[in-house]
Design a protein around this ligand. Structure first.
Ligand code: CP3
Length: 355
């Protein structure tokens, strides 16, 4: 296996010294890049990109080729591959986001759900990971990922995206046992899926809990965090002689950082609603932090982007344990030159915070 030429992303997650603050962007391979739109047109549609390891590899590498500052690659795929492998029939309606042919609404539906085998049912993802890892040739580490059980459950029960999670919340309060069975099956599925990605070559993993912040404080503990804790405790934490760091990202989780920091992960992802310096004080030495620039800052001019990067770096302060990122995914309308200005600013302005 080729040695890593740039490992500052893995080092920062483990709070080891770095020369500059490492940076990557959630959704860094996506529609804001003209080369991505060309590949998608060539493949036919989004799911064809995900299901063909050569295409998945091509679009994963596009942002790295464009921006030499990126310190990590992220597998090109989607969180909804798991419900698809459970038989729900994922499809994307242009401009409408994800949809499922089969929606989960009763205890019987949940009891009938299989736990996917990562190699048999999600082999295209495992193949994408090993292909990307080979093509990266040690340039930067590769991040694998999954959705959190709660976030996956919202899509499975609503049948797609939702503003208010009406059906999912009703199931949670009317029939908590059914919800717990669904979340438990998802936790088992996510654990073996992420372990499959790690064995195929993922060097860090991130769990996207995009909708955890929509729960009450009590429900978050019981229906989201408890299952992420269970997953973390079942993950392979060392592979190829190196630690495999785990990042938990609950969007809207700023009020609960102390308890998320106790879930056993190496790092927490932060959205832009919390101050990263205060977050650092609250979690202490337990975890590293990843984040947290408001992605809409990228609509502003490069000078404004640079000053916001400087503010966040100063708030975090000196020392390792920070991976710079956006507080959520980059949006399709962003000018790619602005993303470049953002990435350059992180490396240029962060050297002063490291020995
Ligand atoms: O970060 C990366 O570059 C890796 C790729 C990645 C995608 N989806 C590609 C994608 C990752 C990490 C995801 C995760 C994902 N998918 C999440 C959690 C992260 C988050 O943003 O909170 C969620 C909730 C999904 C479900 C999903 N997939 C939605 C709601 C949509 C539609 C979104 C939209 O903006 O239209 C998708 C489609 C999707 N996943 C696209 C991409 C690049 C756009 C598809 C296209 O090209 O048309």
């Amino acid at each position: 296996m080729t040695a890593l030429k740039n490992d500052r992303f893995l080092r920062a997650l483990l709070k080891q010294p770095v020369d500059v603050t490492p940076v990557w962007m959630m959704r860094q391979a996506g529609r804001y890049l003209p080369e991505y739109r060309a590949s998608r047109a060539h493949a036919g549609d989004f799911m064809s990109l995900c299901m063909n390891p050569q295409f998945a590899c091509e679009v994963t590498l596009q942002p790295l080729d464009r921006y030499p500052q990126l310190d990590a690659a992220i597998l090109f795929s989607d969180i909804l591959t798991i419900p698809d492998a459970m038989g729900q029939g994922l499809y994307f309606e242009t401009g409408e986001g994800p949809r499922f042919k089969k929606v989960i609404s009763t205890l019987a539906d949940i009891e009938a759900l299989p736990i996917p085998d990562p190699h048999k049912d999600l082999g295209y993802v495992m193949d994408a990971v090993s292909t990307i890892r080979r093509e990266l040739n040690g340039r930067v580490p590769l991040i694998g990922f999954s959705g959190s059980p709660w976030t996956l459950a919202t899509y499975m029960v609503e049948g797609g995206s939702s503003k208010d999670f009406r059906k999912t919340k009703a199931m949670l309060y009317d029939n908590p046992q059914a919800m717990h069975l669904l979340l438990d099956k998802l936790a088992q599925s996510v654990t073996s899926y992420l372990n499959g990605q790690i064995m195929a070559g993922a060097q860090a993993v991130q769990i996207f809990d995009t909708w955890g912040g929509n729960l009450s404080a009590a429900a978050y503990q019981e229906f989201s965090l408890a299952y992420m804790r269970k997953i973390v405790s079942g993950l392979i934490r060392e592979h190829e002689g190196r630690k495999v760091p785990v990042i938990l990202f609950t969007k809207g989780g700023g009020l609960w950082l102390e308890s998320i920091a106790d879930a056993g992960a190496d790092a927490l992802g932060l959205d832009w609603t919390c101050d990263i310096g205060q977050a650092r004080q609250r979690v202490g030495n337990r975890v590293a932090l990843q984040g947290n620039m408001d992605p809409t800052v990228l609509y502003a001019k490069p000078e404004a982007i640079r000053s916001e990067v400087g503010r966040i770096l100063a708030s975090y302060g000196k020392g390792t344990g920070h991976v710079f990122n956006l507080g959520h995914g980059i949006t399709p309308e962003v000018n790619p030159e602005h993303a470049g200005a953002f990435l350059r600013a992180v490396h240029e302005l962060s050297a002063q915070y490291h020995e």
